[in-house]
Design a protein around this ligand. Structure first.
Ligand code: GLU
Length: 449
């Protein structure tokens, strides 16, 4: 074990979006790459806004992403320690109780202010290099609203120290807070951790990604059927890449390749379309059996598992999430599992009006060749057998290939859009195919009567 300790320090005041978890991913990858520890600290000192359900959602999201923590803390559990160190600063006259003139309702008459030594504060950020800021303008800033209510800057400094955090990895929006926190560290006699401020994450509209502007909570992606390995892969690439052409990295490879010094300075764009294409990659990598497990987990109307197994390649081809896969199973591909209801007009849609009966004749012609097909057969072989039948001279069957292939596909699918008839037959098998074709023939027969 190295002594590297990183932390993810979210406030449980709302559902966090995927971009928020990029911080957790980078802190985790850096810790694990260095053989160190990764800590979760729930920053719940804002009593009014912190909610247990948001904390539960954070734990759920980290569990889903499998970002295992080596320790978990709740900031509110450290109140006594915060108080102790506030008192210490006041005793050393590095902070003082300040009488205030309340301007707004709810303003305190007394707060605790830090005696700002003024001048400049510099630190070296792993990503941004040396940063120097003049802290004079901050004045004697507030570090607690009362002895039991430290503000964020104070609590963060104390907790980072007590939890032996070596690297503070967090969003760029915290850069401006860092000099204040360094001043507090110095007053308490703490050594400053190493800072790495991650580039902002913007939405497609190039403004900061935020829940208010419609960014989904990360757990919504889980519920849509995004794989955790896909989300991890995607988030790791928001502001970082391994420096070569590789785009799809699993957890171990990410841990192996992650390098904080390669993190970009420029903002990263959260692009849902790209996320879903990364997800499709990871979905396709699953074995068919595992893929089906994901569908079955929340969807059970595809009861015919043999057919579902045979149809998996279609789902892998088309779906970007497991929700989409389930929608295909109950929508466009439902004919693979449920017998379709046919519409006469669509059944004869490709029949030349001056040659009535073409559809029925074409379907009847197909019965024997299909009957002789084996139960397990590839779409290609079905095509090899049936295509020559469809491609007979226009003089023999008016309407060309379509006059046979359309009613065949339609009697099997009952849909204007579906996979080609050869694929359908290879999944349904010859027996079910014959049953469906016969139904269509019966319908055409009834129509004649
Ligand atoms: N609780 C802070 C936030 O949610 C993070 C503080 C930090 O990382 O230092 O933005």
């Amino acid at each position: 074990m190295s002594n590297v300790v990183t932390r993810f320090a979210p406030s449980p005041t709302g559902l966090l979006h995927a971009g928020n978890y990029r911080t957790a991913v980078f802190a985790y990858l850096f810790a694990k790459h260095s053989g160190g520890s990764f800590i979760l600290r729930i920053e719940d000192t804002d009593i009014a806004r912190s909610k247990p359900e948001f904390e539960a959602n954070i734990i759920e999201a980290l569990t889903w992403l499998d970002l295992k923590t080596d320790n978990q803390y709740r900031q509110s559990e450290h109140r006594a320690r915060h108080r102790e160190l506030l008192e210490k600063l006041i005793a050393a006259d590095a902070a003082y109780i300040s009488k205030e003139t309340p301007e707004n309702q709810g303003d305190r008459e007394e707060v605790i202010r830090f005696r700002n030594p003024r001048g400049t504060v510099s630190f070296t950020d792993v990503i941004h290099g040396k940063i120097t800021m003049d802290v004079s303008d901050l004045g004697d800033f507030v570090i607690a609203r009362s002895i039991d209510e430290p503000v964020f800057h104070f609590a963060v400094v104390v907790d980072d120290m007590d939890e032996n955090i070596t690297h503070v990895i967090r969003g760029e929006d915290h850069i401006s807070n860092t000099p204040r926190q360094i001043l507090i560290q110095r007053a308490l006699g703490f050594t400053s951790p190493t800072y790495a401020h991650l580039p902002l994450i913007l939405g497609n509209d190039r403004t900061k990604l935020s829940k208010r502007k419609g960014a989904k909570a990360i757990t919504e992606y889980r519920d849509l059927g995004v794989l955790p390995e896909a989300m991890l892969n995607y988030l790791a690439f928001l502001g970082w890449n391994p420096g070569d052409e590789r785009e799809y990295l699993d957890r171990d490879t990410l841990i192996d390749s992650f390098d904080l010094t390669r993190v970009h300075k420029g903002a990263a764009i959260f692009d849902e379309v790209k996320l879903l294409s990364v997800n499709q990659h990871w979905m396709r990598k699953l074995s068919d059996a595992d893929f089906i497990k994901y569908i079955d987990a929340r969807y059970s109307s595809a009861t015919d598992t043999v057919r579902l197994q045979k149809a998996t390649f279609l789902l892998k081809e088309r779906a970007h999430t497991f929700n989409e896969a389930r929608e295909l199973v109950s929508g466009e591909l439902s004919c693979l599992f449920i017998e379709p209801v046919l519409d006469m007009n669509l059944l004869i849609a490709k029949e030349p009006s001056d040659h009535p009966g073409t559809t029925k004749a074409a379907l009847e012609e197909l019965l024997d060749p299909i009957k002789s097909l084996p139960e397990n057969i590839s779409a290609e072989t079905v095509k090899d057998v049936l295509m020559p039948l469809a491609t007979i001279a226009e003089t023999k069957r008016k309407g060309g290939r379509g006059a046979m292939l359309w009613p065949l596909r339609y009697s099997l699918s009952g849909k204007e859009r579906s996979p080609d008839p050869f694929t359908l037959i290879s999944i349904l098998g010859p027996k079910e195919t014959i049953t469906r074709i016969k139904k269509a023939i019966d319908m055409l027969e009834d129509e004649k009567k």
